[in-house]
Design a protein around this ligand. Structure first.
Ligand code: PHE
Length: 347
């Protein structure tokens, strides 16, 4: 037994000395000192020995265990030092390589335009209001004087939700709003005149080509008070055009139709590319169509709980993407929603 223990000690010390990696050391620890290892096996047979021999074998066994444990600790330190050295001598860091530049985020051109537009109208005394993108058909159409079978609905075909499957709190069918005009009604229901507000937000239509995306942004404007006139509508929008496009911008009002305004006008701005002399962008007309507007229809006031014999008002709505394209000279609307950093980083 003494010999066996002595042999174990010799073998263990030799193996530990040769080991060069941490996993190899762990394997040796299990082999010699583990619960089912060589030392445990020898001690397992001790029961058969006479008592006086047990004592001396036990003492030697303890001495061998201590010796192997000590050698293991020393080997672990040596292996760790080896690993550190290998790391230090490994692939060198080339400090002469150019650094990697941090790229800064940018505000999307549409967000920039929205912010600028809101800032301009704030200076003109307009507050900012918001409404839901998932809207009751009633706010989006009915209350704006667009009945269920009105042909004006065709121009704003949208994503209807099946009438039976989803109705908002039992208040009728639901649509993704096709314009920001429903916020006019919500604002008037919540406030008493005078009301002077703009309403920015996302809107949705069943449209997709070079100048249309199924989702886009609008800014609605509403001014209601006693004796608001069409002259104020013209003055406000002309002031906006000059603030947004530059002081040389001119505006032109053309008769138009919207069910929720009467009279209604389409507003053009002198072409920002050719200054009005005619070019490809304005199709040689010298003018760019930028928004719809008009005097609030009496039926709209009735639906919003205002008395049309006491107040008048004007409203307008403009497409933010369109103004962004004109301002930055972007020729395809769809590029704005492709999420390509190379596009956004240009503005
Ligand atoms: N809501 C109209 C549209 O989306 C624009 C508009 C708003 C026209 C307010 C008149 C008054 O086309």
């Amino acid at each position: 037994m003494h010999d066996k223990l002595q042999a174990l000690a010799t073998k263990a010390l030799a193996s530990l000395e040769k080991a060069t990696t941490a996993p190899a050391l762990e394997a040796l620890r299990v082999e010699f000192l583990g619960k089912k290892g060589a030392l445990a096996e020898i001690l397992g047979n001790m029961g058969k020995l006479p008592p006086e021999e047990k004592k001396s074998v036990g003492a030697i066994a303890n001495a061998v265990r201590a010796q192997v444990e000590q050698a293991l600790t020393a080997a672990q330190a040596r292996v760790e030092a080896l690993a550190l050295e290998a790391e230090l001598n490994g692939p060198k860091l080339d400090v002469t390589l150019p650094g990697r530049r941090a790229t800064f985020g940018r505000r999307h051109p549409v967000s920039q335009t929205m912010d600028d537009m809101c800032a301009i109208f704030s200076r003109l005394g307009f507050e900012i209001e918001q409404g839901p993108e998932i809207e009751l058909d009633w706010f989006n159409f009915e209350a704006l004087n667009v009945p269920a079978d009105h042909p004006a609905r065709d121009m704003q075909d949208t994503f209807y939700v099946d009438e039976k499957s989803l109705t908002l709190e039992g208040k009728g069918p639901v649509v993704l709003r096709t314009h920001t005009s429903p916020v006019q009604i919500r604002t008037m229901l919540a406030k008493q005149p005078p009301v002077r507000a703009i309403m920015p937000g996302r809107v949705y239509r069943k449209d997709s080509d070079q100048t249309h995306t199924p989702m886009f942004h609008q800014i609605e404007g509403l001014f209601v008070d006693q004796k608001v006139t069409f002259a104020e509508l013209k003055g406000t929008l002309d002031a906006f055009a000059k603030a947004f496009f530059g002081s040389s911008a001119k505006t032109r009002f053309r008769p138009s139709f919207f069910p929720f305004t009467e009279p209604s006008a389409e507003v053009d701005v002198s072409c920002t590319f050719c200054g009005g002399s005619g070019c490809r962008v304005c199709k040689q007309t010298g003018w760019l169509e930028v928004l719809g507007s008009g005097m609030v229809h009496p039926n709209v006031f009735r639906h919003a709980g205002y008395d049309p014999s006491k107040v008048t008002g004007f409203a307008f709505g403009m497409g933010v993407e369109r103004l962004t394209m004109l301002r930055f000279g972007i020729d395809d609307l769809r590029t704005m929603f492709e999420n390509d950093y190379r596009f956004v980083s240009q503005f």
